[in-house]
Design a protein around this ligand. Structure first.
Ligand code: HEC
Length: 127
């Protein structure tokens, strides 16, 4: 490699490495109640939680009144939508605000379930 190629390679690594860390790495910014050793995955751990607690309303297959007032786009029925709306979910759960209170509504996830969600986010939302 000549000098120019070398510095171009180095330059692009400098650009790419932080992006990789952001998209795949664990996030040190997220502080959970306790750090779990197990890998928390969407399929095994998080999808069943959202299914039981949230998707009656936050469901991309539902429109209009079927959503019970859940904002359009705030869904937990797919991996992509769950990743996108994860922070909102954690905030609402920790605040005790979601699910809302109604006769047929599921209970707010407990501390253990909230910690599971938090660890999933901290681990970089494994699928
Ligand atoms: C019975 C229907 C219902 C269920 C079940 C439900 N939600 Fe909601 N959700 C709503 C409604 C209605 C709103 C809009 C009004 C509000 O923000 O209080 C909302 C709003 C939200 C918002 C947006 C809040 C904001 O201020 O932007 C988030 C995030 C959210 N819900 C997450 C969840 C999560 C996570 C669960 C499951 C743990 C859940 N919801 C369960 C009805 C529901």
């Amino acid at each position: 490699m000549n000098q120019l190629t070398k510095s171009m390679v180095r330059g692009s690594l400098i650009l790419v490495l932080p992006l990789l860390a952001l998209s795949t790495g664990c996030s040190d910014d997220i502080v959970c109640e306790s750090d779990l050793e197990q890998t928390v995955t969407f399929t095994e751990d998080i999808a069943p939680l959202f299914e039981a607690k949230c998707n009656y309303c936050h469901n991309h297959e539902k429109t209009g009144v079927e959503r019970e007032g859940a904002p359009v786009g705030v869904d937990y029925t797919t991996y992509a939508a769950s990743v996108e709306n994860a922070q909102g979910a954690l905030d609402e759960i920790l605040a005790g605000e979601m699910p809302p209170v109604c006769e047929a509504c599921p209970s707010v996830p407990n501390a253990e379930q909230a910690n599971l969600l938090c660890n999933w986010m901290k681990q970089g939302t494994p699928e």
